[in-house]
Design a binder for this molecule. Structure first.
Ligand code: SF4
Ligand code: SF4
Length: 383
C-alpha cells in the first residue's frame, strides 16, 4: 500500500459531512448540496447513482459560481456489501389494497414526504370518503424513500413491506473512475466479512481512483474492534489515499432528537475505550443532530482546530481526540427541507438560488449545524 499522506488540516479534523440521502429527489439533492457547500462542509455523501452524483455536482457548481472561493466538498458515493443494511431498503405497498377509510398514518409519519396518497372514485371523479366506490392511488415515491422504516409499524393493516437492494458493483466501478467522485463509503452490517471481501474484489480496478475509502458500520459490542481490523486487512491492499471509519450509532434517526444522539455518542465512547483500533480517521454518523457536537465535546472526544482570530473550546476537546468529524443525514435534510417547502409551489423547488431570501434562511440553518463542528465564530458575534 502507498504511504497515507498527511491530511490537510481542515479536511479530517473538525470535519463536517452531509448525507444527501441514500436516495432522494434530485432537485432536493441539488439544493441541499448547494446550501451545504456554501456552509463549508467537507464532504457530501450520496447514492451511487449517476443522476444523483450529477445533482450533487450541479449544486456544488452553483455554490462555486456564487462564491468562487468556496471550498469544493468531496463527493462520496454510498454502497452496501449486504442487503441486510437498513440504509439500502425502500418501503413498498399497493394503495389499492388499503381500506379507503384508513387514516393514513404512514403518510403522516414519513419524514421524507415519500408517501403520497389520494382518494379517487372508481371511474375518475374525486371522492373523499365513499368506501364503496373509491380507492386509494399513489403510494411510496421510491426516489424520496430512504428506508428509515418508520411507516412499517404504524400501518394498522400491515400492508407495507421493506424491499432491500444491493448497489451494483459494476455501476459503482464506473462512478469511481469519474473525476467528480472523490470517495466511497461502504456500509457493512458487522455480520461477516465475506460480502465485504467480495465487494472490494469487484471494485479493485477502480477503488484506487478515489481519495478516501470510508466504512460505515454499527456498534457490534466487544467484537467491534476485531471486526474492524479484519475489514482493514481486507481493504488495505486496495486503498491509495485515506481511510475513514464512520461509526453508525443509530441509523437514520438524527431528526428524532436528543435521545438519538446520546446513543450515537455512546458508540464513540465505546470505541475510545478500546485499544488496538485500526488506523484511519473516525467520524460519527447515524443519530447525529445539533446536540451531537456538545455531547462529543463534553466527553472530550472531538478533534477541533482553531481559526486565527477566533475562539474554540480547546479546553474540552483536542487535536488528539478520537472523533474528527460528524456526518449529518436526516437532520441536515430536515432543517433545509423546512425552508425548501416554503418556496411557493408555483415556483417549484428546483433552484433555491432564484429565491435569495430562502437561500439565506437555508444557509443560516446549515451554518447553525456546520459552524460548531468547523469552529466558526457564532453568527451573532459577526453581526
Ligand atoms: S421507509 Fe421511511 S422514508 Fe421510506 S416511506 Fe417509510 S417512513 Fe418514508
Ligand atoms: S397506513 Fe397502511 S393501510 Fe393505511 S394508507 Fe398507509 S399503507 Fe395503506
Amino acid at each position: 500500500m502507498a504511504a497515507v499522506p498527511v491530511p490537510p488540516p481542515p479536511l479530517l479534523a473538525s470535519h463536517a459531512a452531509v448525507r444527501a440521502a441514500a436516495s432522494a429527489d434530485a432537485a432536493d439533492v441539488r439544493n441541499l448540496s448547494l446550501v451545504y457547500t456554501l456552509a463549508g462542509v467537507d464532504c457530501i455523501d450520496c447514492a451511487a447513482d449517476a443522476s444523483v452524483v450529477g445533482a450533487v455536482n450541479e449544486g456544488i457548481d452553483v455554490a462555486a459560481s456564487i462564491i468562487p472561493a468556496v471550498q469544493r466538498p468531496w463527493v462520496m458515493v454510498s454502497v452496501n456489501d449486504d442487503c441486510r443494511d437498513l440504509h439500502f431498503r425502500k418501503a413498498e405497498f399497493d394503495p389499492e389494497d388499503c381500506p379507503l377509510d384508513c387514516s393514513k398514518p404512514c403518510e403522516k409519519v414519513c419524514p421524507a414526504e415519500a408517501i403520497s396518497l389520494e382518494s379517487v372514485m372508481v371511474g375518475g371523479a374525486h371522492t373523499q370518503s365513499d368506501p364503496l366506490h373509491g380507492k386509494l392511488k399513489g403510494g411510496v415515491l421510491p426516489e424520496r424513500c430512504y428506508g428509515c422504516g418508520r411507516c412499517l409499524p404504524v400501518c394498522p393493516y400491515d400492508r407495507i413491506r421493506a424491499v432491500s437492494y444491493v448497489r451494483d458493483p459494476t455501476t459503482t466501478s464506473e462512478l469511481l473512475k469519474r473525476n467528480d467522485v472523490d470517495a466511497i463509503e461502504i456500509h457493512t452490517t458487522g455480520k461477516g466479512t465475506d460480502t465485504f471481501n467480495t465487494l472490494l474484489n469487484s471494485l479493485r480496478e477502480s477503488i484506487n481512483n478515489v481519495k478516501l475509502v470510508a466504512v460505515s458500520m454499527p456498534d457490534i459490542g466487544e467484537s467491534t474492534v476485531d471486526f474492524m481490523n479484519a475489514l482493514y486487512a481486507i481493504m488495505e491492499p486496495h486503498i491509495q489515499g485515506y481511510n475513514l471509519w464512520q461509526l453508525d450509532g443509530r441509523p437514520m434517526s438524527g431528526d428524532i432528537g436528543r435521545g438519538a444522539t446520546r446513543e450515537t455518542v455512546s458508540f464513540a465512547i465505546h470505541m475510545a475505550s478500546m485499544s488496538e483500533r485500526p488506523p484511519g480517521f473516525y467520524q460519527l454518523a447515524g443519530g447525529t443532530n445539533s446536540y451531537t457536537i456538545d455531547f462529543l465535546k463534553k466527553a472530550g472526544l472531538f478533534q477541533s482546530r482553531t481559526f486565527p482570530g477566533t475562539e474554540t473550546s480547546e479546553t474540552i476537546c483536542s487535536q488528539e481526540a478520537l472523533i474528527g468529524g460528524i456526518a449529518y443525514g436526516g437532520y441536515a435534510r430536515k432543517i433545509i427541507g423546512r425552508t425548501l417547502r416554503k418556496i411557493p409551489a408555483q415556483f417549484g423547488r428546483v433552484r433555491i438560488e432564484d429565491h435569495p431570501e430562502h437561500l439565506l434562511e437555508a444557509l443560516q440553518e446549515a451554518l447553525s449545524l456546520v459552524g460548531p463542528v468547523k469552529g466558526y465564530p457564532a453568527l451573532s458575534s459577526l453581526l
